[in-house]
Design a protein around this ligand. Sequence first.
Ligand SMILES: CC(C)(COP(=O)(O)OP(=O)(O)OC[C@H]1O[C@@H](n2cnc3c(N)ncnc32)[C@H](O)[C@@H]1OP(=O)(O)O)[C@@H](O)C(=O)NCCC(=O)NCCS
Length: 174
Amino acid sequence: MGSDGRDGLTNLHIRNVRRDELEKLVPLYLEAYRGLEEYAEHGPDDTLDYLEWLYATCPEGFYVAELDGEIVGFIACNPRWRGPNDAPTCEIHEIVVSPRWRGRGIGRRLMERAFALGEKRRCPTATLWVGVGNKRAREWYEKLGFEVVGSWGRWLRMRRALPAREPVKSAHDD
Ligand SMILES: CC(C)(COP(=O)(O)OP(=O)(O)OC[C@H]1O[C@@H](n2cnc3c(N)ncnc32)[C@H](O)[C@@H]1OP(=O)(O)O)[C@@H](O)C(=O)NCCC(=O)NCCS
């Protein structure tokens, strides 16, 4: 799908989350993980703690997708993450899209934003953990170019190369 309106996403706005919006994301997160509870935080308090941790760790990598003023999804990534052997990577910690808005390319647009940030920060890869039983997300990641590179208990490690980027010209080129 493109971003020219054919997918009905003309009004989709992706922007950094504000700290005072984290609470609003709690019901969205819990709804998105219905049926996948074994891979999710349990209950509103733990979820809010988790979202606050994501924000504190990397506010620049935490984006929301807003459609006509409603937050319909979010992604939290960290381009200053270090993988095994201290390898730099853009870690995708979390991505969720409201079940009502799935299949329209919103997840893809959020992921593209994370890739762009990772490339800008010169990360050679994007990486993530996905639950072994989260088949739909796993297949979706594969379509986005990720491949399974390892496992740990009920989690799979996935990785994708990020294209090289021209040298950053200024510190204010956002
Ligand atoms: C994974 C997730 C973020 C994808 O978001 P999305 O906005 O639906 O993603 P997109 O619209 O870009 O792509 C969805 C693709 O999955 C397919 N799909 C499969 N099952 C689907 C379903 N039940 N609803 C919508 N799309 C579905 C679509 O056809 C589409 O395929 P395409 O890329 O060939 O068009 C979303 O499903 C989600 O929030 N899942 C629950 C949370 C989760 O598992 N997060 C990942 C944790 S590691």
